[in-house]
Structures are given as C-alpha cells and as structure tokens.
Design a protein around this ligand. Structure first.
Ligand SMILES: Cc1cc2nc3c(=O)[nH]c(=O)nc-3n(C[C@H](O)[C@H](O)[C@H](O)COP(=O)(O)OP(=O)(O)OC[C@H]3O[C@@H](n4cnc5c(N)ncnc54)[C@H](O)[C@@H]3O)c2cc1C
Length: 553
C-alpha cells in the first residue's frame, strides 16, 4: 500500500522507534504546525464539525513580533466562525496603532506620517474592518476558538516523518513526554513554515528569490509610552545612516529594531553588544539607561512561492508555500486564506457532499494568488534592497489582499478574460470573485450578504424574481444538507446600486456561492430549465464535473 515515504523533521536528526502515545484512531485531518496558519485551519475545520488533530513542535506559540495587520478578507473568515469579535476586543484594549512614520528617532522629530493602507475604511466592500493586533494575540484567540470547537491541539508534539499511502497518510510524532506515536489521517495539512520539512521531504522546489535580504534584528525592552506620546504609530523607519525599521508591542513594553546588511561587506559578528546598544539608542532616541537589550537574531528575508502546493493527500499552506517580504503585511493573511480555501473544500468532501476531485482546485486557485502576493510585496520592498525584479504595476493593498479572483469557470460568457486581481468594489459577482458585501436590511443592520453563507454549506442566492432557482435548489437538496437558499432584496435603503445589479444579475438571475464566499457560478438571467442548469452548476461546484480551472490560470 505504501507508495512513498516523505518528510522527516531535520532539526533533531535521529528518529526514535515507535513506542508509546495516545491510543490512535484514524483522524480525518492532521495539521502540522500550530502557528497562525495551522491554528486557523484547525478552527475553520472544527467550527464546521470536522475534528482535526494539530501538532506543534514548540510547547507554546512564538511571541516574536511578526504580523500586525489582518485585512478584511481575513477577518471575514474569522467572522464566519464567530472569532472576529474577540480579535477586535484585543485591539480595543490597545492604544490605536494604524499609522507608519519616518522619524529621526522614535523620540525625536517625526518627518512624515501616513495611515497604513489596511487602516482605510473598508465598509463599502466588507462587513469587517482590518484588525491591528500582534500575531501572537491573534493566535491565542484562534487557538481558544479552535479548542472550544473541539480541535485537538497538541503543543510540544513534533512530526518526525510520514508515509504516504493511497488512502491515508501515516505520521510519526514525538509527543511532549518524549514518546513517539503514529497518527493515520485521511489528509495532512503541512503548515510547518518557511523551512517546511514536509515540503523539503516531498522534493517540492521553490521559485523566486530565496534570500532577498539579510536582516539583523535587535530586541529591546523599554517603556515607550512617553516616547510615543499618544501617537497612533504601528511602526517607524529611520533615515540615513542606519535606515532602521522599528516595531514594538505597546502592551508589553518591548520591540525590535532591524537593519538590512550585506554579508559580503559586513560580517554579522560585527553586531556586538556595543554596536547593538548604540544602534537601538540611535533608533529610539533614548540613552542606554532607558532600555534593556533582549534577544537578537539574524534572519533571511525570502520572496518565493513553492512549485506545488500538493502531493496526493498532503496539502501545503502558509509560509510552507510562499514567503513574502513584510512590506504590505500580506504573509500571514495569504496563509490564512490558503487555510480558508482548502478547509472549505475538505469539509464538503469529508461530509460526503463533494467529490474528492474538488480538492484539485486548491493549487490552481491559491498558487497564482501566492505568486502575485510575493511579487507585490517585492515591488513594495524595491528600493530598500538591490533586488532584480520585473517592472509590474503596483496594485493597491485592497486589491492584493481582498480583490483577487480564482480561475473558476461558471458558464458565464460575460466573465471571460478577467484580470486575476482588481479593486474589490469593481467586481460584480463574476465567478471566482468574492461575493459582494451588501448590508442587509432588518433589525441588525450589520448583517451582510456574506453572513448568508453558513456552516460550510453552499448558497443559492437568487435575484428578487428568482424563485424558480430557489425551487430548483430545493429539488436538488430537499433538506438543505449542503445547499442553502436566499433571495436578494429589491433595494437596500441608502444604497445607490440595486443588490442584483451589484451581483451582476437581473432580477431573475442567481449566484451559486461556495462556503469560502467565492462565486462558483452565475446565471445572469432566467433560463428555460432551472433544475437542469442548476444541477450541472452544483455538480461542477462540488467537484463532480471537471472544473478544468488550470486551463484558465
Ligand atoms: C518581521 C515580520 C513582520 C511581518 N508582518 C506581517 C504582517 O503585518 N502581516 C502579515 O500577514 N504577515 C506578516 N509577516 C509574515 C507572517 O509572520 C508569516 O507569514 C506567518 O507567521 C506564517 O505563518 P505559518 O503558520 O504559515 O508559519 P510559521 O509562523 O512559520 O509557523 C510554522 C509552525 O510550524 C511548526 N513546525 C515546524 N516543523 C514542525 C514539525 N516537524 N512538527 C510540528 N510543528 C512544526 C513551527 O514550530 C511553527 O510554529 C511578518 C513576518 C515577519 C518576520
């Protein structure tokens, strides 16, 4: 049965024999990596009734300062599983921090300040605003929700190696007590980060720039309240000679100052204690008595995407398949969207509603987004390091993070030759794009069309005269096991555009929306045979008819 063996975790070298461990039933999904992408995948699955096991080699989540901003499309995914409000609650406890600045030093004159693009008002296109919280805080919220939904999160458990079979993946894991055990899973999700041993073990290559820059990052502790003096800054840059980058965590009086260096010119050993103290002192504009140095690290900033996101029953996601320079704040957001896309498909397949061929869409949908995001982050980074990169148009952050489209075919002649990405408010319900957000009338004005997509089910969303589509949907799925229905209102008070028009359909038309909010199919107007047409559309959306997405990518 075994078709091949794959990754071993290179870090610790020697593999212990299988000895002890929890009695092991087969699990539907095993997730490797418990940082933001793995934890999000666990939440998205568990919240829809698929209980995953997650293993994370570290005993606790990293508190390193990394992602700080989470775009609306990310927050929409958390909203779907009821976690968004806890994230905003963390943000409300912190001082406002949604601007960037160029400074002489943090305590010195501020030369220029601008709002981060994620701080823009997204209310016209999303029920969610961006969230500004540090990654570790977000991970804590996501983990708590995942656990509450039943996910089995095992910290201090390390994947040692795995074997791929036709009908399962068997992983060998070293538990927190040092004993090893095996887990057999229908599917394995590798969210094991930049250096992914799973990716390496599978021999999957990377395209792009493995090392776009070398970074020296120096940690410090300091009370920055007086220095910031109520300014709504999330990060800052200094000018010459250092060109330093400053980030901090206002809740914990700690931060980092980073600088890029060329190892051909500067040996990292030059960054001794004295250099670090003077460097941080210049960047903060404070004497050394006002701060304490903490840990430092040298790290390499990559800009690449993996050549494949899948090997049989193993799917890779997050930094395991794409790494972007931090400019734009896209990295974690892109990984969370990998998880959102993939878990929606897995839920449909594992519930028995979709054909496993549905999973074939993951890579052709997510890899172009990963490549585009890396390219856009690199364009933002150009000028800060000498990187060979083709001149491409710089897209807005809203377009990159919210406005991308998947190459989904939906019988829609009006929707051919579309760009991969556009401003979110320019899409009109084209297949492959995200369902337009429209505020729904009723007692709760904050309800959105996106909220009509629930619990991992598909949605038939008809125009105001689209009752025949609703009847067709009920014939197809009489008890609403996988297909919900809703009818768009004719008009929304205060909205300029009629809802049907905003979705690119006539009053007699309809959309089929996937559980990840993506439009699978659109009928712009009425047709003679609603049931026949919808049956084909639903079968294709559930993977039972070849989607052939790759042709369109
Ligand atoms: C300075 C900086 C600023 C950033 N700012 C932003 C931002 O503003 N917005 C944004 O979206 N992104 C940002 N990013 C990027 C973001 O931090 C990453 O994209 C994100 O952490 C990727 O998450 P991940 O879960 O895919 O991988 P990781 O965070 O790398 O996690 C992988 C996990 O897998 C575990 N693991 C590995 N091997 C095994 C094994 N064998 N067994 C069990 N567990 C294993 C690891 O311990 C780790 O916890 C920033 C990054 C940096 C460095």
């Amino acid at each position: 049965m075994s078709d091949s063996s794959a990754a071993a975790d290179g870090a610790d070298g020697e593999l212990a024999p299988v000895t002890t461990g929890p009695p092991q039933a087969r699990v539907p999904v095993l997730i490797v990596g418990g940082s933001i992408v793995g934890a999000s995948a666990a939440l998205f699955l568990a919240a829809r009734g698929i209980t995953p096991v997650l293993v994370e080699k570290h005993p606790a989540v990293s508190t390193r300062l990394r992602a700080k901003l989470f775009y609306p499309r990310t927050m929409e995914a958390y909203r779907s599983v009821g976690a968004d409000q806890d994230v905003y609650a963390v943000q409300r406890r912190l001082p406002q921090a949604d601007h960037a600045a160029v400074v002489d030093s943090l305590a010195g004159p501020e030369l220029r300040r601008w709002p981060l693009p994620a701080a823009a008002d997204f209310s016209a296109v999303s029920p969610c605003q961006s969230a500004f919280v540090k990654q570790a805080d977000l991970e804590e919220v996501v983990r708590a929700h995942a656990r509450a939904a039943g996910a089995d999160l095992r910290f201090g458990h390390r994947l040692l190696d795995l074997r791929r079979h036709e009908d399962e993946v068997v992983a060998r894991i070293r538990g927190a007590d040092g004993g090893t055990y095996t887990v057999a899973a229908d599917y394995l999700l590798a969210a094991d980060g930049n250096g992914s041993a799973v990716r390496e073990g599978l021999g999957i290559g990377r395209s792009g720039i493995p090392v776009a820059a070398h970074v020296m990052e120096v940690g410090f502790e300091a009370d920055l309240r007086r220095v910031l003096d109520g300014r709504p800054l999330a990060l800052a840059y200094t000018g010459p000679p250092d060109h330093a980058f400053l980030a901090w965590d206002p809740a914990h009086d700690r931060g980092t100052v980073s600088v890029m260096f060329d190892p051909a010119v500067t040996d990292p050993s030059a960054f001794g204690d004295r250099w670090r103290r003077d460097f941080v002192s210049r960047a903060l504009g404070l004497p050394p008595s006002r701060f304490t140095l903490t840990e430092s690290r040298v790290w390499q900033m990559g800009a690449w995407a993996a050549d494949s996101y899948r090997a049989g029953r193993i799917f890779l996601l997050g930094d395991a398949v794409h790494v972007t320079p931090p400019a734009g704040g896209f990295g974690a957001n892109t990984g969370i969207q990998d998880a959102w896309n993939l878990t929606a498909k897995l839920v449909s397949v594992l519930r028995g509603h979709a054909d496993p061929r549905l999973l074939d869409g993951y890579e052709p949908e997510r890899r172009p987004v990963g490549r585009l995001t890396v390219e856009q982050a690199l364009l933002r980074f150009r000028g800060r390091a000498p990187i060979p990169i083709e001149d491409r148009p710089l897209l807005s952050e809203a377009a990159v993070a919210v406005g991308y489209r998947y190459p989904v075919r939906g019988d829609d002649e009006a929707a051919t030759d579309l760009p991969l990405v556009d401003e979110p408010d320019r899409w009109r319900g084209e297949p492959g794009t995200r369902l337009p957000h429209l505020p729904l009338s009723g007692a709760d004005r904050s309800r959105s069309t996106l909220d009509l997509v629930r619990d991992g089910r598909y949605l038939l969303l008809a125009g105001p005269e689209g009752q025949p589509w609703v009847h067709a949907a009920r014939q197809l799925d009489p008890h609403g096991a996988f297909l919900d229905t809703a009818v768009l209102p004719r008009q929304i008070p205060s909205a300029k555009t009629r809802p049907a028009e905003r979705c690119g359909i006539s009053d007699e038309g309809a959309l089929l929306v996937r559980p990840d909010h993506v439009i699978a199919w659109r009928a712009s107007r009425a047709v003679p045979e609603h049931v026949t047409v919808l049956t084909t559309a639903v079968r294709r959306a559930l993977g039972a008819v070849d989607e052939a997405v790759a042709e369109h990518s």
